[in-house]
Design a protein. Structure first.
Length: 113
């Protein structure tokens, strides 16, 4: 069993909801990885290249440093590269994904283009 985690989405949600601060927190990603691994999932962790650049690699979490893969930094709208990459990795591995993004905006993008 495998699962793809969108690190940027999970880290931002954790920082805003649990940490009560704006930004990003690797602890949210770490907890999600630990939760999924404890349930027998092989985790694929995807993160925006920009998020990695702004927040650095997860030095306090050696396990995450081995798991996190940067999403390519190109997209016609300049946003959502991690969303698309999350979907592609999940499709490639025929597995579920965990993401707090609202994918309804992808439908709107498709209608405009």
């Amino acid at each position: 069993r495998q699962v793809v985690l969108n690190c940027a989405s999970l880290g931002h949600t954790f920082a805003n909801s649990v940490g009560k601060k704006r930004g990003f927190d690797w602890e949210g990603v770490n907890r999600s990885v630990a939760y999924n691994e404890s349930r027998g999932f092989r985790v694929h962790a995807v993160c925006k290249a920009g998020t990695l650049q702004r927040n650095g690699s997860p030095k306090s979490y050696p396990r995450l440093r081995k798991l996190v893969v940067a999403a390519p930094a190109t997209d016609m709208a300049g946003k959502g590269t991690d969303d698309l990459f999350t979907l592609r990795v999940a499709q490639e591995h025929s597995c579920a994904f965990v993401d707090n993004s609202d994918y309804r905006d992808w439908r709107k993008r498709g209608q405009r283009g």
